[in-house]
Design a binder for this molecule. Structure first.
Ligand SMILES: NC(=O)c1ccc[n+]([C@@H]2O[C@H](COP(=O)([O-])OP(=O)(O)OC[C@H]3O[C@@H](n4cnc5c(N)ncnc54)[C@H](O)[C@@H]3O)[C@@H](O)[C@H]2O)c1
Length: 360
């Protein structure tokens, strides 16, 4: 499939990955028409699009609004749809699961239905490694054929969206649908309630870094530009078959796991970031109560993406992490504006699942 200029609808475009993807797309496919849509919910930040505002069409809209989205498709006729729109923060999902079910499950299905009624060239749904649940110690990794086994409200809502994507892939054969499951992303524009920006913004304000429990939870980390590169490769890749055998083997569906096989404990990440900030971990780390039901480990295998589409991660972890830390140091006004709007973003789980933000 060509990467000639076309019209791309990017939903969740004011969030972390969606906004990075808008920048990436404009760089890599010059001349594209980019429609950037977001409903401006809690984690949205319009400033992420400031540098490209005059090169995109920005729309405030909600993927759960069928009529509104269908009208937008009819007006702007997107060729490609990339759905990043989601409620994405695991901590917040424990406190308020309903808003997660609405966007991550119902919104995913609503947008698929709009793409079915107002056909597009390809609809790509962005999902997450977390739908596979927890990986046993010693188990090698998850693949596209692994069963969904969500165990948190966030991943359950994402997995419900996934099930609709799988059902649409197999029921509406005229549609061209792809889905990704990606490892944990890091990079610029990440909302400062997530581990890496939370740490950096705490330290830059002279505050300690909260580490959940023992900090030995294992995560699979990928630079956000590599996720964007994988999405673009999938979007422009050949039209995949959906064979009948996919009914028994989901590995045959157009689902792509995205990872650089980079497994680290949270504590390793904290030590690396503190090192880059020139701080001594023993002085800056504060172990705090863990989130209830926190996944211990997950890791996925990107072999299908590598062998079928030739994708390879381009950003070595150490370089990506250093550039990310530097970006938050250099863009203090960006994150100070968010904190001025939201207040403190760390959660305090000392009162269990009913806890809210520390200090609130
Ligand atoms: N951050 C990660 O490490 C990671 C890893 C793998 C997959 N993902 C997936 O990537 C996607 C984007 O994640 P992110 O980290 O950029 O999240 P984010 O929270 O930073 O951004 C999500 C954006 O979606 C918008 N949004 C929420 N509900 C909406 C709705 N109903 N209609 C329109 N817009 C809506 C929000 O306002 C926000 O701007 C999510 O689907 C997430 O599950 C994230």
């Amino acid at each position: 499939m060509s990467s000639a200029p076309a019209t791309y609808l990017v939903t969740g475009a004011c969030g972390f990955i969606g906004s990075n993807f808008v920048h990436y797309l404009l760089d890599r496919v010059p001349g594209s028409t980019v429609v950037a849509l977001d409903n401006l919910s809690f984690a949205a930040n319009e400033a992420n699009l400031d540098a490209v505002r005059d090169r995109i069409r920005f729309v405030v809209g909600d993927i759960c609004d069928f009529e509104g989205m269908a009208g937008l498709y009819r007006r702007l006729r997107p060729d490609y749809v990339v759905n990043f729109a989601a409620e994405s923060h695991n901590d917040r999902a424990v406190v308020d699961p309903s808003s997660f079910a609405r966007t991550n499950a119902l919104g995913a299905q609503t947008l698929l239905e709009v793409s079915r009624r107002e056909p597009v060239r390809r609809h790509l749904h962005v999902s997450t490694i977390e739908v596979y649940g927890e990986l046993a110690e010693g188990a090698p990794y998850f693949t596209e054929a692994s069963p969904l086994n969500a165990k948190t409200p966030y991943s359950a809502a994402k997995a419900a969206g996934d099930q609709f994507v799988r059902a649409y892939m197999q029921t509406y054969r005229e549609m061209d649908i792809a889905m990704t499951h990606c490892a944990n992303n890091f990079g610029r524009f990440q909302f400062p309630e997530k581990l890496i920006p939370l740490m950096i913004t705490n330290v830059l304000r002279g505050r300690k870094v909260p580490v959940y429990g023992d900090g030995l939870q294992l995560r699979d980390w990928l630079h956000v530009d590599d996720h964007c590169g994988a999405i673009l490769a999938i979007l422009h890749g050949p039209r995949p078959e959906v064979p009948a055998a996919a009914a028994l083997d989901p590995g045959l569906l157009p689902i792509w796991d995205v990872s650089s096989r980079n497994e680290r404990t949270n504590l390793e990440i904290v030590h690396a970031v503190l090192g880059l900030l020139g701080k001594r971990p023993e002085e800056w780390i504060e172990h705090v109560p863990d989130r209830p039901n926190h996944d211990r480990r997950y890791l996925i295998e990107p072999a299908k993406l590598e062998s079928r589409l030739g994708w390879r991660p381009q950003v070595p972890f150490a370089e990506g992490l250093e550039a990310t830390v530097r970006w938050y140091v250099d863009h203090r006004a960006w994150w100070e504006a968010i904190l001025a709007r939201t207040g403190e973003l760390a959660f305090d789980w000392s009162a269990g699942a009913r806890a809210t933000r520390s200090g609130s």
